[in-house]
Design a protein around this ligand. Sequence first.
Ligand code: SAH
Length: 249
Amino acid sequence: MHCFYCEAGNVSEDRIVITGSDVNHIKNVLRMRNGEELMICDGTGMEYTCRIAEFPAGEVLLDILKAEKASTELPVRLKLYQGLPKKDKMELIIQKAVELGAVEVIPVMTKRCIVKLEDEKKEAKKLERWQAIAESAAKQSGRGIIPTVSRVLNYKEAVKQAVAEGMALIPYELAEGMKSLKEAAAKAPEQSVISVFIGPEGGFEESEVEFAREQGVVPVSLGKRILRTETAGFTTLSILMYEIECAQE
Ligand code: SAH
């Protein structure tokens, strides 16, 4: 069934109003007619099975047949705190994090970040682009929510925020053995939020990892090879996603 997203404000008790470019898509591209069914996600985690009722000018009106919690969302909120990488790499990282089930990507400024977001205007523009990437990845992968890309945080505020919310992990290439990751993964399904800190290309400074550890973030190894910053995030999210999905069956 075709699936579209709408603003939560467009959903009333038994009806949904579709506006904007989706109207043309439903009417003229898919050539859907009254009585046909489609799925709507409201971006907050609800999923609606609907039937087309009317086509007033510039809108599509839908009757809600069934409302349920989006089945594609993980019960644990995974957050990726990503050290700002060079060039366009953040775009790939956001896209893949969304596919793997993350609800939020938070770009983080660390000591070895080479990129500097020069001013607020540039940052706002980047964030807008990153959010659009998250949105299209959410649609493509059938997410029930549209994950957010938050404003850039400095490292210490990021660590404090993550620790306040729940379990936090910091993959560190100098961490030894797989035991700490294995233990964290086993506990993953019981958490409400898990935050993952990934360093930029140059990695974290030891003092940064030490600060995180003092605050309660768990350093973990991802194996004996050095992974690129993008690979490290995907690997950690994949492992957590696997454990959480398995625990749901
Ligand atoms: N400082 C390193 C590489 C950094 S890789 C160097 O230049 O040699 C970027 C980030 O990926 C690291 O900060 C870390 O968070 C993660 N990472 C890469 N390989 C890892 C591994 N084997 N175990 C845990 N984390 C790893």
